[in-house]
Design a protein around this ligand. Structure first.
Ligand code: UDP
Length: 160
């Protein structure tokens, strides 16, 4: 029987992370230690147009060009993560957006440990269920959430 205790989110490891493979490994260990499951993963290089679509809400902001150029500078890891309260817990593990705030307030978060600047800040995480659905569809169009809930989700829950 399927159940719906696990929430999904889209998590991205940005090009500053993929350029440092030992940090990719460390971040993936942090994710597993916090009891997230990796549902789907892919390493990819986004096209400029895909980056612009993904960050459309930030168009016109002072950091938009810098952000698009940075995301265009290398490959990323895209993951679908699952957990109870996944969206909130992944954003908590990421830490705040701004590097100074992160270093002083959340030094053990991913951004607190490995963030370089406000732009080169390691990770992305969906900010609501609606956004997560849209972003998962964008990065994993082949992913069938209903099928996953009917099969693998039980396997993940029972493994706990
Ligand atoms: N960003 C930036 N400068 C800023 C704010 C944001 O370069 O002053 C970049 C940063 O890489 C951030 C992304 O834009 O992760 C998206 O911004 P958002 O406010 O959505 O932050 P997030 O949800 O990633 O913490």
């Amino acid at each position: 029987m399927s159940c719906s205790r696990l929430q999904l989110t889209l998590a991205i490891l940005k090009p500053d992370v993929t350029a440092r493979p030992h940090i990719v490994k460390e971040i993936k260990s942090m994710i597993l230690r916090k009891k997230f499951y990796f549902v789907e993963s892919k390493k990819m290089k986004l096209a400029q147009s895909e980056i612009e679509t993904f960050y459309k809400e930030h168009e016109g902001k002072f950091f938009h060009n810098r952000l698009v150029n940075f995301m265009n500078s290398g490959s990323i890891w895209a993951h679908i993560l699952a957990r109870e309260d996944c969206i909130k817990e992944w954003r908590k593990l990421m830490g705040p957006t701004k590097v100074l705030k992160t270093v002083f307030e959340e030094p053990n978060s991913i951004r607190g440990k490995f963030g370089l600047t406000d732009t080169r800040n390691c990770t992305h995480g969906s900010d609501s269920e609606e956004t997560a659905k849209r972003e998962i569809k964008l990065f994993f169009p082949e992913f069938d959430e209903e099928k996953w809930r009917a099969n693998d989700e039980d396997y993940f829950i029972n493994k706990k």
